[in-house]
Design a protein around this ligand. Structure first.
Ligand code: ATP
Ligand code: MG
Length: 679
């Protein structure tokens, strides 16, 4: 306190009185409910800094955010404004619910009935694992079509993340699967058993094990008492099991701070519910509720529009926002004849702002679905404009990445059957039967990976099997070496297989090299592996490093991945019904409301300039061989009430403002002409 006293005074001067109240509030439960850009995240970051300045040891603070990137950002914010010693904040436990679960479960593995070397399945592995179980149970061969593996995993995930019974979930969200209720139940039972036998966890298990550990009083006392303070950002997007975890963590100490905005809740498909936020004061009696209404992010004209957008929500708790940031132009609503013109318009505007001094990285193009930026990406490449794309990157699903991860997973956990099968079948002359026999052989030899050397492989497979056995032996003895060295050793064995197994080995080999570079940031294989699976690179640039041309790049992002962030200029593209709201999400009012909130999240990312674009004509691949197009309608959330606060622009026509054009035509002339046709 004494050491950082002056710094803290400086830091508190950066806040408005209500933010300050929240930052300096004592221990008890604290809920900050406030709209976009009101400084919720800043308040949370400053509270961390304040607590540290008060003498709370940083490692006794747990800061939960939606992405690791967000936690890193916040801890930087927590230190840079004032603190003289920024090494302190590095000791704070920061990250997502899943990453925190991973760390805690390694410590409490024994109590959880796990071995601490458990490995984590990503989503596609979990689907594949379910699929194996489904085939074993012969459900896939029934006359009526059994739900697909991804649907099965969705149902399973809803069941464990929410607190509803299977039947209720099926009835509401998957009525066509209701006839399979008993089979699904059996499938999930076997799936759980299989994972436990193999010492593997899927994403949901991380939360589930954490939750159940906390149901034991002694463990709740032990785990909860590791932290003096728990702080959670974006609380509106947590689900029931996450709120259950927080309750368990705070059974014996109620110092918890959560912040959220119900108007920005966009993850109901992951069972998130704003009930968590609304019920917080009931779950934590004595909660102090702080609300914030001043928006510091956006210029006033932008806020006028976004207030009207969210004004259409049927249910809303957070208040209308106001801003002191005067001036600037009204948001533009730009109608483009087609997608090509939309791309050109974005690029021209980006370059214009760039010329005015706004770097590319302070400008972002946002869209509802990852596929919506495809044509823009090609256009950007043609114009030689560097960009990073966030969200929708299926990095972990790339086959070669999975291959590499599988080698590491086996070294970590020899019981990991999925990983063994993947690696073994890369070898010449090895199919599922040989792979199965080899796996059983290793298990029979107490899971010693190098025991593969004594496995009698068919003649065609012997040479490569021997190579794999020696690799696995090396990796075992390298267990304490740096993970980058291990990746390099794997590369020696794997690259020739990659050349043979894939048609486009070049870029894939580059990825493997980049993974080796990424591995350099980690000290242990276990940590590298867990973080890779829990928090895979989110942008194309994360892996490849910054674009070589210069250090600046345009941001392309799905709306979901843009949560909590801000840019000077925001372009929302494909704001047409069918894309936004997505035609996958107009089934019921609840879904449409969520799309409205998504639109709101996208628009409230803008600080100074906001452009909303939509192509009138939309090309799509038809089922046949030819390309087809249809005519779109502007996104339904841009009602006359909203567009009254925007400037309507028609792209093409020299990018002229539609109102300006209208000024040149005397009012009523068109209507007169039409009437005169009938004279
Ligand atoms: P979102 O709902 O989008 O997550 P938020 O409520 O978390 O937004 P922040 O990201 O914390 O808002 O803040 C928005 C912007 O306003 C940031 O640039 C932040 O630095 C700035 N800001 C917040 N509070 C103040 C303040 N008291 N004085 C000046 N700037 C502020
Ligand atoms: Mg925020």
């Amino acid at each position: 306190m004494v050491k950082m006293g002056k710094d803290i005074q400086k830091l508190l001067a950066d806040l408005n009185p209500r933010q300050r109240e929240a930052v300096t509030y004592g221990n008890g439960p604290l809920l900050i409910v406030a709209g976009a850009g009101t400084g919720k995240t800043r308040t949370l970051a400053y509270r961390v800094a304040y607590l540290i300045a008060q003498g709370v040891p940083p490692e006794r603070i747990l800061l939960i955010t939606f992405t690791r990137r967000a936690a890193e950002e916040m801890l930087k914010r927590a230190t840079s404004p004032a603190a003289s010693d920024d090494s302190l904040a590095r000791h704070v436990w920061g990250g997502t619910f899943h990453a925190t679960a991973n760390r805690l479960l390694r410590i409490y593995a024994q109590s959880a009935g796990l071995s601490p070397d458990f490995t984590i399945l990503d989503r596609t592995d979990a689907e594949d694992c379910l699929n194996v179980v489904r085939n074993n149970l012969s459900f896939s061969t029934k006359d009526k079509r059994f739900p697909r593996k991804s649907t099965c995993l969705d149902i399973y995930s809803r069941r464990v993340n929410g607190n509803e019974e299977l039947e209720a979930i099926l009835r509401r969200d998957f009525p066509w699967c209701l006839m399979w209720q008993d089979e699904l139940n059996q499938l999930f039972r076997e799936y759980v058993q299989r994972k436990q036998q193999q010492n593997i966890l899927d994403y949901d298990d991380l939360l589930l094990y954490w939750y159940y550990l906390l149901q034991e009083e002694a463990l709740a006392r032990s785990i909860g008492s590791r932290f003096d303070h728990i702080l959670v950002d974006e609380y509106q997007d947590t689900n029931p099991i996450q709120s259950g975890i927080l309750l368990g963590m705070r059974r014996f100490n109620n110092s918890i701070t959560v912040v959220g905005d119900d108007a920005q809740s966009i993850y109901s498909f992951r069972s998130a519910t704003i009930r968590n936020m609304l019920d917080f004061p009931i779950q934590f009696p004595g909660t102090r509720v702080v609300t914030l209404e001043q928006n510091y992010r956006s210029l006033r004209p932008i806020l006028e529009t976004t207030n009207r957008v969210i004004g259409q929500a049927r249910e809303r708790y957070s208040k209308e926002l106001w801003s002191k940031r005067d001036g600037g132009q009204r948001p533009h609503l730009i109608t483009c004849p087609d997608e090509t013109r939309q791309d050109e318009t974005v690029i021209r505007q980006v370059l214009e702002h760039y010329e005015q001094g706004i770097p590319l990285r302070k400008q972002a193009v946002l869209f509802r679905a990852a596929s919506h930026s495809q044509s823009l990406e090609l256009a950007l490449v043609r114009h030689n404009i560097p960009f990073h794309k966030y969200g929708g990157l299926r990095f972990l699903e790339a086959a070669h990445v999975k291959d590499l991860i599988s080698f590491l997973r086996i070294s970590e956990n020899p019981r990991d059957e999925m990983a063994w099968f993947r690696v073994l079948q890369l070898l010449r002359g090895v199919g599922p039967v040989t792979a199965g026999a080899a796996f059983q052989h290793v298990l029979a030899n107490h899971g010693t990976q190098s025991s593969l050397a004594t496995f009698k492989a068919p003649p065609a497979a012997q040479e490569e099997m021997a190579g794999l056995a020696s690799l696995m032996g090396d990796l075992q003895s390298m267990a304490d070496d740096r993970p980058s060295a291990q990746v390099e050793r794997i590369g020696e064995f794997y690259l020739p297989l990659l050349e043979r197994n894939y048609e486009d080995p070049g870029p894939r080999a580059n990825d493997i090299e980049h993974l080796g570079e990424l591995a350099r940031r980690y000290d242990s294989r276990r940590q590298f592996l867990a973080e890779l699976i829990l928090d895979p690179p989110v942008s194309t640039g994360d892996l490849a490093g910054p674009p070589s041309r210069d250090e600046d790049w345009l941001v392309l992002s799905t709306i979901h991945s843009a949560k909590g962030l801000e840019w000077d200029v925001v372009y929302l593209i494909h704001a047409a019904d069918g894309c936004l709201p997505s035609d996958m999400a107009t089934g019921d009012n609840g879904q449409v409301e969520e799309e409205l909130r998504l639109t709101y999240v996208a628009m409230t990312r803008a600080r100074d300039f906001l452009y909303v674009l939509w192509p009138l004509r939309y090309y799509h691949k038809s089922r046949g061989l030819t390309d087809n197009h249809s005519y779109a309608q502007c996104c339904r959330f841009f009602t006359p009430d909203v567009t009254a606060t925007m400037d309507a622009v028609v792209a093409g026509d020299g990018h002229r403002n539609a109102d300006e054009v209208a000024d040149n035509v005397p009012p009523g002339r068109i209507a007169d002409r039409i009437r005169q046709m009938w004279r």
